[in-house]
Design a protein around this ligand. Sequence first.
Ligand SMILES: NC(=O)c1ccc[n+]([C@@H]2O[C@H](COP(=O)([O-])OP(=O)(O)OC[C@H]3O[C@@H](n4cnc5c(N)ncnc54)[C@H](OP(=O)(O)O)[C@@H]3O)[C@@H](O)[C@H]2O)c1
Length: 314
Amino acid sequence: MKNNKFGPTGWTPEQLGSLAGKTYVITGATAGAGFEATRILLSKGARVVMLNRNAEKSAAAINALKQEYGSDAAVTFIRMDLAVLESVREAAAEALETVARIDGLICNAAIAQVAKQEITVDGFESQLGVNHFAHFLLCRLLFQRIEESKGRIVVVGSNAYKMGLKKIQFDDLNFDKKYSAWNAYAQSKLAQMMFAYELQRRIQASGKQVVVQVCHPGASRTNLLQDTASAFNKVLWSVLSRFIAQSAERGSWPEVMCAADERVESQSLYGPTKRADTVGPVGKCQLDEVALDRDMAAQLWTVSEEKTSTSWEL
Ligand SMILES: NC(=O)c1ccc[n+]([C@@H]2O[C@H](COP(=O)([O-])OP(=O)(O)OC[C@H]3O[C@@H](n4cnc5c(N)ncnc54)[C@H](OP(=O)(O)O)[C@@H]3O)[C@@H](O)[C@H]2O)c1
């Protein structure tokens, strides 16, 4: 890529110095990009607290990480199911009790292309609930600790934000009228990104210090569609991904960069920059202006406060 400030090969983990003394909290680190991001952060000497829904998978992930980095590797997990707001509240309370500083909160976990409409216990279309509303609440509950730590929030988006309906369907958030797995996923990722840019603006207006960054992993070979997508989409992706996708490890680089590199800029989107931003050198990607729509973002903020029964004044 021309003009990539991270050099011709784009950003790589080798460009990052020691992260000793830093603590990162990451959602969905049992597998995929979240697991790989955790590996890189640990390799740089950071402490990582994973917020995962599955205790068994978490134990297996921690076991694998300790085998690689030694039994002293500073990696632990707190159980949190993003599909249940009460679980998010409990996990946030435990994190506030046990994690003294948060240098970065990485909102990585997601579900995608859920084949048939599913509604969470809190009444949300599952992708909007898990990917956006739960992360909104988590960011709100941990914000003060992140602020005290002069830390960052990283939102992991997706190129899908500019491919679905390109709007938040406020009059039918749950797609009750006509459910589409793709449009509902796209809406949830647009919501996450819109929220991140709105949070950046509100932080700037309030004079607070927290840095918010937005990235995406391009097309990466992970488990993302395994539990949720239709049988057809699963088969299609398992074949296609062999040719068009990159490794989960490379998919994790943008989130690690956004969490820890000093050179990232606000109101940007970072990810791979080749083949329509799906693979290749990590750098700044073209940002579709829909993600910066201030009216929609303000409305989304109010709706998110209502749906998560919280208020968030900065
Ligand atoms: N892979 C791609 O090509 C691609 C493209 C665009 C964007 N992304 C984004 O990249 C991020 C990482 O995804 P990935 O591809 O690495 O997927 P992945 O391999 O499926 O990993 C997703 C992680 O999220 C966790 N998770 C799912 N539902 C959860 C819940 N209710 N509560 C807590 N954790 C939950 C999973 O936990 P379990 O192990 O318990 O299932 C897993 O740890 C996501 O934000 C995704 O939208 C990926």
